[in-house]
Design a protein around this ligand. Structure first.
Ligand SMILES: Nc1ncnc2c1ncn2[C@@H]1O[C@H](COP(=O)(O)OP(=O)(O)OP(=O)(O)O)[C@@H](O)[C@H]1O
Length: 537
């Protein structure tokens, strides 16, 4: 990569997870009389006072206004080392070719014979440690590619946009391509947990769903789900998982986020439905408008995310309603209390965004006294027992029962973004032990539907009067009508149109994220909850 290297390096993103210690210059090495490497708070700075720059480096000047000073954000640094003969120092980094695309590049500097190799080695170790922060270096990745995801280019996207970045970060890769639906679940079920540090699904949200379920079907399900981070390299049409954890649906930016990703415990949801056993859901469950949108537009996958815009217009015009009954274990019942919950976790937690430190609400914590065993699951190592039984059991005491004669949309989420820019669950958190439930009853006029939809993009949706937003720990949804064409969607995959029950398992799963939680900004004005609202909450 010595040739054709970039003429500037800009921050691809702020390295929030990688605090670099004290502000200003913290370490430096001289490469002869004219080249100095400085480790600053958030960047590696190269000062080159040589008259013949091209002899000294593969990169033209960049960054600061001075022509022979260049700066590489620490977040973008993938690797740094001395060649075995100690004559060259190389720095691999992700160069921002465009705001939407990174490219692996390398800085290569001759080391003078007079240089101290131990000092260089210490400097490089410091550089790597500050560049990675809490993220594990050289993660061994098990990469699963769905060649059918999105417009069908996942394999090419991986090779072109992700592999060079992951390899430059010296990540050992094992790459497998799926041959059929369900293949990723089989691979996850049989995975050698000790041989890998992360499973990377190159796909849309369907493959991570399979991987979580594959890990969940193992006799050692709890250890597998809790110990093996699952991430997505976005190659599908929705790519919600990458939007939430990495703040992007661009494969090369996500590849860097995987390299620098920090361990993030993450809630998972059990769903039971008569005749189809117990499934894990990591993203959402829906019935009504959103479910129809997800599933009936599958044949338009070639359009990428445009399929959702086209499908939305069609469904709003159809004005369908979906009568059903809901039984729900409500934990937080009104929007200001949801805001307050969000604020207290962000401000009170010990993670980068306050997510990782706090326990779930009392009623949602795992308690041996309230657990009921689930047939078919090993009490010791398998999935945690279901606290509320299955959809076939009696509705548990204390659940609120609500009849929705004219339901327009039922949507329950565990993540915030459901596709790029669509923050459907602005108060969702990675490990607060709660699901965010949104209900809109109909009929909803085309004008109001568009208003709600635009509100999802602008952040006004949370406060829209037609949007009922709560935090819950379990629920049962029972459609009133039998409809062979009816649609229930679990993580974007079609489920049978019949009653189902869901309950959350706090921090059962594990993933990687940029900041230890989700990237969305939270419900509008979460940080401005008035004192009287806090008291009421
Ligand atoms: N080799 C394969 N052949 C056919 N189907 C596959 C194969 N591998 C995986 N699948 C299935 O493809 C479906 C869609 O996968 P995925 O979610 O990756 O893409 P997508 O639907 O385009 O993206 P998104 O979920 O973001 O909309 C999943 O249900 C998955 O089980």
């Amino acid at each position: 990569m010595a040739e054709g290297t970039p003429d500037n390096v800009a921050a691809a993103s702020v390295p929030a997870a990688n605090p670099a210690g004290k502000a200003g210059i913290v370490e430096s090495v001289e490469l002869g009389p004219k080249v100095t490497l400085l480790l600053e708070h958030d960047a590696l700075v190269v000062h080159d006072r040589s008259s013949n720059k091209s002899r000294r480096t593969s990169c033209p000047p960049m960054g600061h206004s001075h022509t022979n000073t260049r700066s590489i954000p620490l977040y973008n640094i993938l690797w740094a080392e001395l060649t075995p003969d100690s004559q060259t120092l190389t720095v691999d980094y992700a160069h921002e070719a465009k705001s939407t695309k990174l490219r692996a590049a390398q800085l290569s500097l001759p080391v003078p014979a007079t240089a101290s190799v131990p000092q260089m080695t210490t400097f490089l170790a410091t550089l790597l440690s500050r560049s990675y922060g809490r993220a594990r270096q050289r993660k061994r990745a098990y990469v699963i590619i769905n060649p059918n995801a999105g417009p069908g280019e996942a394999d090419k996207l991986f090779e072109r946009e992700a592999r060079p970045i992951l390899e430059a970060a010296r990540m050992p890769l094992t790459v497998v391509t799926t041959t059929h639906r369900g293949h990723a679940a089989e691979l996850a079920r049989d995975l050698d947990l000790g041989a890998y540090d992360v499973v990377v699904a190159c796909s849309g949200d369907g493959l991570p769903h399979e991987v979580f379920n594959g890990l969940g079907s193992r006799p050692d399900a709890r250890a597998a789900l809790g110990g093996m981070p699952v991430v997505m390299l976005p190659c599908g049409s929705g790519n919600a998982m990458a939007c939430n954890l990495f703040g992007t649906h661009r494969p090369s930016l996500a590849a860097l986020a995987i390299v620098k990703g920090v361990d993030t415990p993450f809630d998972l949801v059990s769903v039971t439905q008569e005749g189809s056993g117990r499934k894990l859901s990591f993203l959402s469950q829906s019935l009504g408008l959103i479910a129809d949108l997800d599933i009936t537009t599958e044949h338009m996958r070639f359009m990428g995310s445009t399929r959702f815009t086209v499908g939305f217009a069609w469904l709003v015009w159809k004005k369908n309603l979906y009568p059903c009954d809901l039984a729900v274990k409500v934990e937080i019942d009104h929007k200001d209390a949801v805001r307050e919950h969000y604020r207290s976790r962000v401000e009170g937690g010990d993670g980068e965004n306050g997510e990782s430190g706090e326990a779930a609400p009392k009623s949602d914590r795992e308690s041996d006294a309230t657990r009921t065993a689930t047939p078919g699951h090993d009490e010791d190592g398998g999935l945690p027992p279901l606290r509320y039984g299955t959809v076939q059991d009696k509705i548990p005491e204390g659940w609120e029962i609500i009849k929705h004669e004219k339901l327009w949309s039922f949507y329950c989420g565990n993540m915030a973004y459901m596709s790029p820019g669509l923050d459907f669950f602005p108060a969702a958190m990675a490990n607060d032990g709660l699901m965010d439930m949104v209900i809109v009853d109909g009929p909803v006029s085309a004008m109001k539907a568009i208003e709600i939809q635009l509100g999802v993009e602008s952040g006004q949706y949370f406060d829209h009067p037609l949007v009922k937003y709560r935090k819950v720990s379990a629920y049962r949804l029972i459609p009133r009508v039998e409809d062979p064409n009816g649609i229930i969607s679990i993580d974007g995959e079609k489920a049978d149109f019949k009653a189902f029950q869901a309950e959350i398992h706090p921090a059962l799963g594990r993933t990687l994220s940029k900041v230890g939680g989700y990237e969305n900004p939270g419900p509008k004005h979460w940080d401005k909850v008035a004192n009287y609202e806090r008291l009421l909450a």
